[in-house]
Design a protein around this ligand. Structure first.
Ligand code: A2H
Length: 255
């Protein structure tokens, strides 16, 4: 953890019924995978939800309304000290710990996404030392997300290894949501091709692609979709963040 507090937006990705076996005791409740993001303005482009298959997660009651968040234990402890916890400083673990792998293939609702629902898929680079251990995937604008999704699409053996069905992966194409001059409207793909990122394990090439996409997208990017279409990313970002919070589709989380 850094010296400065980091403020994330947690996107509430509601788990749709029928629940995966591990969540069956929670049937009938509002259960969310809470994905930590620094880029709320990109939520129009969500295509899936990432978890660490070998990571450890729990289901925690997070407010007086009985909402349940699936996050790491570390994130649950931090959440319990933030304003919307039912009892200050106290976590209420309903289920867990269970491995991320138990969530693979769950269908979730992704707020603002053009896909009606998306699926939970594995990402090996998720660490348990920041955010919630849940990451939402925006392959149009995140080289990490683009390459991890491409790996699953291009490698049937990788899908088989994790027991993933083709229909959880193959239909989900990156959505053009931000136009960047000279890079087009799928800047993560453009940068991964330019820097020859051939797998999510090409860490050096991936780092270069990420630097370019983040800088260019934030300062020169223009939104293509939603109520702020036509506006610059850095202008639209706080507005879309607030829209997600007002709709009840996101909460603020710091650590
Ligand atoms: B971002 P920082 Cl479109 N392990 O959201 C690995 N990555 C994690 C994580 C974890 N435990 N928790 C969050 N993240 C990702 C969107 C996005 C993100 C876009 C572009 C860049 C980007 C969609 N994925 O992040 O280390 C989440 O992915 C660039 C850094 O705390 C989160 O925002 O600075 C970001 O990394 C938080 O990273």
């Amino acid at each position: 953890e850094g010296v400065q507090p980091q403020e994330y937006v947690l996107i509430k990705m509601q788990v749709l019924e029928p629940f995966p076996a591990v969540l069956e005791p929670l049937a009938g409740r509002r259960v969310y995978l809470a994905a930590a993001t620094l880029r709320p303005e990109t939520m129009y482009g969500q295509t899936n939800c990432w978890i660490a298959p070998d990571g450890s997660y729990g289901a925690y009651e997070v407010n007086a309304d009985g909402d349940v968040f699936i996050v790491t234990e570390r994130a649950a402890r931090n959440l319990a000290f933030q304003y919307w916890s039912p009892v200050y400083g106290e976590t209420r673990c309903l289920l867990g710990p269970f491995p991320g792998a138990a969530l693979l293939g769950a269908a979730v609702r992704a707020p603002l996404s053009s896909y009606e629902h998306v699926y939970v898929l594995p990402m090996l680079s998720i660490t348990s030392d920041k955010g919630t251990g849940v990451v939402t995937s925006v392959p149009s604008d995140s080289p990490d997300d683009y390459r991890a999704l491409q790996d699953l699409k291009e490698k049937p053996a990788l899908r088989r290894k994790y027991g993933l069905r083709d229909e959880w992966v193959l239909p989900f194409e990156p959505v053009p949501i931000i136009q960047v001059p000279e890079m087009g409207s799928l800047s993560a793909q453009a940068a991964c091709e330019r820097y020859r990122v051939h797998s999510q394990n090409d860490r050096d090439a991936l780092a270069k692609a990420k630097d370019e996409v983040y800088l260019r997208g934030f300062y020169d990017g223009v939104l293509l979709v939603g109520p702020h279409a036509g506006q610059r990313v850095h202008v639209a970002k706080p507005l879309i963040r607030q829209l997600l919070l007002d709709q009840g589709d996101a909460v603020v989380y710091s650590e």
